[in-house]
Ligand binder design. Structure first.
Ligand code: ADP
Ligand code: MG
Length: 628
């Protein structure tokens, strides 16, 4: 161990101390905007306008029509620990404002060229100019200032952020990445503050614009859905109240579209996030996340907001209760709105009484009502099953006689190839050997063998097959691109154009070729070969969302052969889009072809989302269902 010379203890020079302190609050342009916009909201603004130049590096302005700062107090606003929001420590437990630390303005001023211009209701306004925290100017603003139009308000300009902290500059992401971050931040803030209008401009381009609105209209706008597609939920336990909105059919590729607020403050909170995801689990497939906004209200005395410098995390005194109230509310919502789940677990299925809702409704009860006149339904088991299966095969290829004799082939004495004597669930001789019966609801393929009935989920099975193939292709050479006959115009957010261009190489590896097309469109010229051309734009949009949601703004890591969970998900999305859908009629040849390829695919039993691709119902299980 080397012996280091000890230096004497010294008090840091003020300027250095300021820079270090600023590091806690100001990490990137988005953190500046968070602090400034929160101040605008605390000042009761009904309009907040944010402008960026070069993703906020060169210039950030925030203009609001709040109550402003009286001229004589303006220098105080720039003092560290100077605030108009609290005066006692205990006030922290009864907060009604976003701010309270009195640190934002001095911190931002310490690492930029900073102009603070404000006008109280009863004065002409005042303007202060600082450089690296040093006061350089103090005057009365010109009447042509954007503030001129307001009776009161504040205009803050932050130029050359981190000009005096070059180390910080290196950590900034690309301009589009920072802009995307800022947009997301404003969306989150806008959710909690529907009565305020927000505008975001980046290099003169409008990225986000919402007018003051009713709460549900605002939520719909930010979740990008129609108010009529929102489901609401609420629950209360003692003084813990939760309410929220869920985009009924909306799905996101990551958890970032679960927006959480506690007492009107946007937070990131693992506990609340878990409560939402677990509560909604039965409605989501693996890799799918909900789009929702959840507002939690608790007694301010029961939540500590002073655990994070940027105040984006909180600590609950009764965290278990909060979890349970939220989780319970969402689980109830899932139960109420979801059809009884068709359990693929055979023991449950066999145990279920026929009349109970847990019995497989598609197979057993449909023919009695819709497709069959009641008098034709026989209560003798074999006939019943035969009639049911025969009658339900809408896409049944009647030209193939062997598939048309369910009565005969249902018999265990059938000559279908017998595999293992104890052919359990996994000891299958292969799908290619199964006898095809027909298609159910254009969604399930029915097969039989000597042991019983095999039901294949056509989408899940095809997806599995495609997934393995696509994964192989991707690792070997990248996905092959196929030019689209008609280029697809993908509407997107303006900042997505930059993000897409920055990721052009990665997207090319995934088989996409594209170019910018106007301000908020991308023109996709080629798509992965495996993809049905009409699904190209859908997947491309999902990829953009993935990039936007990623921490690094990068789609692929440097080593393309390393399959991150993200890429696996992209490939599985690709596979999903390239697969036959539920509800799509398949010809006998197609159905058999699928069965054959399933045999050639490893682990064909589950689709990449983890759902089973096929289930087996043995004759004894069928008999048990009929209480024989
Ligand atoms: P905090 O918000 O924690 O009080 P800040 O450093 O963010 O600390 O702001 C210091 C003070 O400056 C605030 O308490 C508030 O009185 C005043 N202030 C800052 N921004 C605005 C604004 N946009 N409108 C009115 N007053 C403001
Ligand atoms: Mg503040």
């Amino acid at each position: 161990m080397s012996i280091r010379m000890r230096a004497p203890i010294r008090v840091l020079p003020r300027e250095l101390a300021e820079k270090i302190a600023a590091g806690e609050v100001v990490e990137r342009p988005a953190s500046v905007i968070k602090e400034l916009v929160e101040n605008s909201l605390d000042a009761g603004a009904t309009h907040v306008r944010v402008e960026l130049e070069d993703g906020g590096r060169k210039r950030i302005t925030v203009l609001d029509d709040g109550h402003g700062i009286p001229a004589e107090e303006l220098p105080l606003a720039l003092e560290r620990h100077a605030t108009s929001k609290i005066s006692h420590f205990d006030d922290l437990w009864n907060l009604h404002t976003m701010g309270f630390r009195g640190e934002a303005l001095p911190s931002i001023a310490a690492v930029s060229r900073f102009t603070l211009e404000s006008r109280g209701v009863s004065d002409h306004g005042r303007r202060l100019y600082l450089e690296g925290g040093q006061l350089r100017g103090d005057d009365v603003p010109e009447t042509t200032s954007p503030l001129g139009g307001f009776t009161a308000g504040t205009l803050i300009t932050v130029e050359d952020l981190f000009f005096n902290v070059p180390a910080r500059l290196k950590f900034l992401k690309s301009k589009s990445s920072e802009a995307a971050h800022i947009r997301e931040l404003l969306e989150r803030i806008a959710l909690c503050n529907p009565k305020t209008g927000f505008t975001l401009l980046s290099d003169g381009r409008k990225l986000f614009n919402v007018a003051p609105a009713a709460e549900d209209a605002r939520v719909a706008k930010v979740l990008e859905t129609a108010p009529s597609d929102l489901e609401t939920f609420e629950a209360q336990f003692e003084d813990i109240r939760v309410h929220g909105w869920l985009d009924r059919d909306g799905r996101a590729p990551n958890g970032r579209h679960v927006y959480l607020a506690v007492n009107g403050r946007m937070v990131r909170d693992k506990l609340l996030q878990q409560a939402v995801l677990v509560g909604l689990r039965s409605r989501m497939m693996e890799g799918e996340y909900p789009r929702a906004f959840v507002a939690v209200e608790v007694d301010p005395a029961d939540v500590d907001v002073n655990v994070h410098p940027a105040k984006s995390e909180v600590r609950f005194r009764r965290s278990r209760d909060v979890f349970q109230v939220l989780h319970g509310a969402l689980e109830r919502l899932s139960r109420e709105t979801k059809k009884p789940f068709y359990s693929a677990s055979l023991p449950t299925l066999a145990a279920a009484p026929l009349a109970a809702p847990a019995a497989p409704p598609e197979v057993v009860s449909a023919p009695t009502s819709a497709l069959f006149p009641a008098e034709r339904v026989s209560y003798k088991t074999k006939e019943y099953v035969a009639v049911a299966i025969g009658g339900l095969t809408a896409a049944f290829d009647t030209g193939t006689p062997e598939t048309l004799s369910p009565l005969a082939t249902l018999s265990p004495a059938s000559d279908a190839k017998r595999a293992d004597a104890d052919a359990g669930e996994k000891a299958s001789p292969g799908f290619g050997h199964l006898h095809y019966i027909g298609q159910l609801k254009n969604t399930y393929l029915l097969f039989q063998d000597a042991e019983g009935l095999v039901v294949v989920d056509q989408h899940a099975a095809h997806e599995r097959v495609n997934y393995e193939r696509i994964k192989d292709d991707f690792i070997r050479n990248g996905l092959k691109a196929q030019p689209l006959l008609v280029s697809a115009v993908v509407k997107c957010k303006p900042e997505d154009i930059g993000l897409a261009l920055e990721n052009a190489d990665a997207l090319a590896r995934l088989g996409f070729e594209f170019e910018a097309f106007g301000d908020n469109c991308l023109l996709v010229r080629a798509a992965p070969e495996a993809l049905a051309p009409d699904r190209a734009s859908e997947l491309f949009r999902a990829l953009l969302d993935e990039i936007r949601g990623s921490e690094s703004g990068q789609l692929l890591s440097d080593d393309p052969s390393r399959l991150s969970p993200k890429i696996e998900r992209i490939l599985s999305t690709s596979a999903c889009h390239a697969s036959v859908r539920a509800g799509q009629a398949l010809s006998v040849q197609e159905a058999r072809g699928l069965a054959l390829t399933m045999d050639r695919t490893d682990s064909a039993l589950n689709c990449p989302h983890g759902r089973p691709a096929s289930i087996r119902l043995t004759f004894s299980q069928i008999e048990a269902l009929f209480k024989r």
